[in-house]
Ligand binder design. Sequence first.
Ligand code: AMP
Ligand code: MG
Length: 491
Amino acid sequence: MIHIAFDHSYARDLPGAWQAAQPDMPPAPALLFWNAELADELGLDTAQASAAELARLFSGASLPPGAQPIAQAYAGHQFGGLSPSLGDGRALLLGEVIDRHGQRRDIALKGSGRTAFSRRGDGKAVVGPMLRELILGEAMQALGIPTTRALAVVATGEAVQRERQLPGAVLTRVAASHLRVGTFQYFAIHGESETLKKLADYTIARHYPELANQDHRYLSLLSAVAERQAELIARWMHAGFIHGVMNTDNMALSGETIDFGPCAFMDAHHPDTVFSSIDHTGRYAYGNQPAIAQWNLARFAETLLPLIAPDDPGSAVPAATEIIEGFANRYQTHWLDQARRKFGLLDAKASDKQLLQDWLALLAAYGVDHTLAWRYLADEAEGKPDRLAALFPSASVLEPWLKQWQNRHVPRTRRPPDIAAAMRRENPLYIPRNHLVEEALTAASEHGDMGPTLTLLEALSQPFNEREGLERYALPAAPEVAEGYRTFCGT
Ligand code: AMP
Ligand code: MG
């Protein structure tokens, strides 16, 4: 029997913010994926555990000793409309562990059955979407983007009713925490000011301990969360990542990417790109993500007003507003800093913003593959124009911009191969291409074949390293395949 040194600080410190619940008994748990590297990072002594044992432990069949499953309460603005009571309708926090780096991490099941927050849902999850969460999470991790990760995916052996019957699965999620903007909204809406204050202090202690003794710590919390979101969203934008459901319950206060539902990476660059089948108005389109993050932060700020100024919450509005309005600048700073590294630049110039905007406008105008355009720009640093030029209808449409980018590298302080190598460390070759993700999910879900998922994970584990034999993992789908690609919510 494996031993996990669980702690339960959330349950202990925040009574009233959760409901105890038990997972359902899966009829025939079978391990689809085990993240040995993450298990090691968490310090779990699972090296000796059999696949069958891991499948039982991480599906709810027999919980690891010390687990105290709870469903967390939260609210959330979903597509702009407020749902005052959401909460974990199909997830259970088993507890927290301290990882090898001394960081507290949540271990939670997703798809383990109904809870007090399930409303009309069945509390279940199915193989396809859980493998999507696994693949996208591992890709983000390898790209250096803060993210929750999957420790395990277990097929339950149960048929789950969706638009048709699909194989059920439970994913074990590891997160810096599951504290969300929606967690604060829940207690603000229900007028539970005591719990709200405890929640804010808990969030500070867990994610922003440097603020703990500040006089204006709740205002500082807003500022610190805004800063992490600014950096995170800038990374999403450069990676071409579209979250798909940036509801306030899906924005983590830790600054990790969380709740991979209908998320996807875009191929052809365009600000209006939307994949989610439920995002009819394009609220969460690629180009809207920074503005939506700011909107979500404004909802977070509203919950903090009574903590910032308990006697007169209204008096806190100007200071909070200043932070929310300042998000645009914070975002732009990260976006430009990250772009300079992608461009192979070591210093900053005011003209860089125009250079970046012009580049992205070119990609959008000609529907150029976002990932390959950045990647092949590195070739240009070595004087090899062919691969980049081939992405455009003709080399001449790119030429004026390329001249500017080349001039920006004068005077050159590094050798061309060094610039190219540095750029290749910033611009990935392998991202989870939609058609490859779909192929992997279909093989696993329809044919019980995990092969394509494992090969894809292998390619994505070193996104910056071009490797022989992985050519098809670098290429976008044919336009007729990419056209009309839709992702569906992870229910
Ligand atoms: P999501 O869109 O996955 O972030 O989920 C939004 C809300 O719906 C959360 O409160 C979930 O717990 C809940 N939910 C999603 N799917 C289910 C399901 N199959 N059964 C019960 N609740 C669900
Ligand atoms: Mg969610």
